[in-house]
Ligand binder design. Structure first.
Ligand code: HEM
Length: 449
């Protein structure tokens, strides 16, 4: 039985442990790694599949092979509860961050059974497949309006025009927030939260700034939820927020902090991740003319193409777990309390799982990837994400078959190894037919390493 409860935080590896420093002779994260982590992942998989790194969260194991990442996301000996040291820094108590920790620790993604199963059931019931069907035409119209508003001949930044605002709009519409979100700046400061989550070892300042963004977001939700609790506006809605309020009333959600934590997490998870899939995805497609043209000829390939984008350059590159029961993996002793980083981006390039893993191939026989996680915490927003990405790429293909990149794109300017996505993506209509080979791609094969 896994042992629950607070475990000591281990900031140093056990004696004789395999380390990233020992394997590489240097730190893992540098500019080359941020631009293209795949050569380093390959080396880890081959030489040190379980390796201690001091760079992640003050000390953690990196796990890089597909089979091991899959195992640790499913196995109850690994706990999802890991926010304490992340926010509060154990030995250096950050009492001023209690408000942040109170919400952060209650979000579904950081809960273990039995609380996880209880809250997940509420959220699963709140997000009904019929809601997605109802959302589809509104989402399609929103995409259309956003694309209509840009000048493709002159060129535009795809991130600010669509990849960034659309996912927030989609999740807001789904939750029943659209007017409130638009008028009250729900997402203001969400970059600060992204910076905190994306930092491998966040500073106190980053944590304070994230808290400064999170608490006002929670306060806005609290007023929106209160309006629904009172039903004073007389509206007869049946949206996600209403269902969450009903679950709170029925005792399935315990207390307002737990309710607020889910709302904030959904809004944030729903927009920060999908924006990277859209922008990075378009960039990859435009660097692969054969793939882009194949999609033009046959849009039935789109679902497989989106799944391949998720595998090939996963928008979320890793997640974490904490060891609850000592175990041995590839000769390494993982002690109770150790933090483990599951390298999803590496698992999705493992040759033991995928043929020609470093090739982007939209005709690949569907092979499920770990991009949405696995096991009890598998992503709740996967269907929404897939629908959104297919709609966006479909409208782009129809509108501008000759779209091209309109300038150099920094592959990974965020400075974080967690997310893969450009901050800006200049694109335009090619006047000469477009889609020439060059840059990083050769034919249909995107050479990242
Ligand atoms: C490209 C888009 C997305 C990617 C790559 C992605 C990735 C992931 C991953 C890897 C996990 C598992 C984390 C873990 O096991 O620790 C996860 C969980 C989750 N995702 Fe997503 N996600 C995306 C979009 C969304 C959207 C649009 C929503 C909102 C509706 C969402 C909501 C969630 C939630 C609530 C969880 C936690 C589930 C649980 O703990 O039971 N995600 N996501």
């Amino acid at each position: 039985m896994p042992v629950r409860g607070r475990a000591p935080a281990n900031l140093a590896p056990p004696p004789g442990a395999q380390t990233v420093l020992g394997c590489f002779g240097r730190a893992l994260i540098d500019d080359d790694f941020l631009r293209d982590p795949y050569p380093a992942y390959r080396r880890l998989r081959e030489q040190a599949p379980v390796a201690w790194s001091d760079e992640f969260f003050g000390g953690a194991w990196l796990v890089s092979r597909h089979a091991d990442v899959d195992l640790l996301l499913r196995d109850g000996r690994f706990s999802a509860q890991r926010t304490g040291r992340w926010v509060m820094r154990g030995s250096e108590p950050r009492t001023e961050l209690r408000g942040f920790q109170r919400l952060f620790a209650r979000a579904l993604i950081f809960l273990d059974a039995p609380d996880h199963a209880r809250v997940r059931q509420v959220l699963t019931r709140a997000f009904r497949p019929a809601d997605l069907q109802r959302l589809a035409p509104r989402l399609s119209q929103a995409i259309d309006e956003r694309l209509e508003a840009v000048d493709a001949v002159a060129g535009f930044d795809f991130v600010s025009a669509l990849a960034r605002p659309l996912p927030a709009q989609a999740i807001s519409m789904l939750m029943g927030l659209d007017e409130e979100a638009a008028s009250s700046g729900f997402l203001e400061g969400s970059d600060e939260l992204a910076n905190f989550l994306g930092a491998v070892d966040p500073t106190r300042d980053q944590a304070l700034r994230a808290q400064g963004a999170l608490l006002p977001m929670a306060a806005r939700f609290e007023s929106a939820l209160q309006r629904r609790r009172d039903s004073s506006d007389g509206a007869n809605r049946d949206d996600v927020l209403d269902r969450l309020v009903r679950a709170e009333r029925a005792g399935q959600i315990r207390g307002s902090a737990e309710l607020l934590a889910q709302c904030v997490m959904l809004l944030f998870a729903g927009h920060e991740t999908t924006r990277h899939l859209l922008a990075n995805g378009l960039q990859i497609l435009l660097r692969h003319p054969t793939a882009w043209q194949a999609l033009q000829r046959d849009q039935a390939l789109l679902p497989a193409a989106v799944r391949e984008l998720l595998r090939f350059d996963s928008p979320v590159q890793y997640t974490g777990r904490r060891v609850t029961t000592e175990l041995t993996l590839h000769g390494q002793t993982l002690r109770r309390g150790d933090l483990v980083v599951a390298l999803i981006g590496s698992a999705n390039r493992d040759p033991d799982q995928y043929e020609r893993p470093d090739e982007f191939d939209v005709t690949r026989r569907p092979a499920p990837s770990l991009a949405f996680g696995q096991g009890p915490h598998v992503c709740l927003g996967a269907s929404l994400t897939l629908m959104e990405a297919q709609m966006v790429f479909s409208q782009l293909l129809e509108r501008w078959p000759c779209l091209e990149l309109a300038g150099p794109v920094s592959a990974h300017p965020m400075g974080s190894p967690l997310y893969r996505g450009p901050l800006k993506l200049p694109v335009r209509m090619a006047l000469d037919g477009g889609l020439k080979e060059g840059g990083l791609y050769t034919g249909d094969v995107y050479q990242t390493s």
